[in-house]
Ligand binder design. Structure first.
Ligand SMILES: [Ca+2]
Ligand SMILES: [Ca+2]
Length: 128
């Protein structure tokens, strides 16, 4: 009987460990990582990223363009972003964090439920 209890405890511990691992992966899936300045998402910040930013600014659409990575200062894509990446590539002092990995938590796509709605005349939720 004691052996059965020990075996059950081990099996339950393994099941709990597996659940924790899957839960951690589920949380991690809501995050996006990119390298600031790596506008073409090849893993490096090079002069090619400057070219990609300049092409997008010239209204040439590129499938590999990562706007978050190209927008260095977070105020929208403009020529200053290309300039800042150029300065980084030319090894000027960087105070903007170019070349560093940025982790962004993505908003969940789960829609709010009406379970806590108390006002029957409340307007419905309209997603953006
Ligand atoms: Ca790149
Ligand atoms: Ca910008």
């Amino acid at each position: 009987m004691k052996l059965l209890k020990s075996f059950s405890a081990v099996v339950l511990s393994v099941i709990i460990a597996i659940c924790v691992v899957f839960a951690v992966h589920a949380v991690a899936d809501n995050k996006t990582e990119y390298i600031l300045g790596d506008a073409n998402s090849d893993g490096f910040v090079t002069i090619s990223d400057v070219t990609v930013v300049q092409m997008v600014l010239a209204d040439i659409s590129l499938p590999e363009f990562n706007e978050k990575a190209g927008d260095i200062d977070g105020n929208g894509l403009d020529v200053t972003d290309a300039h800042n990446i150029q300065r980084y590539v030319a090894m000027y002092e960087d105070l903007l964090g170019i070349g560093k990995t940025v982790t962004v938590a993505e908003p969940t796509t789960q829609k709010p439920t009406n379970a806590y709605k108390t006002d029957p005349y409340e307007l419905p939720f309209i997603p953006d």
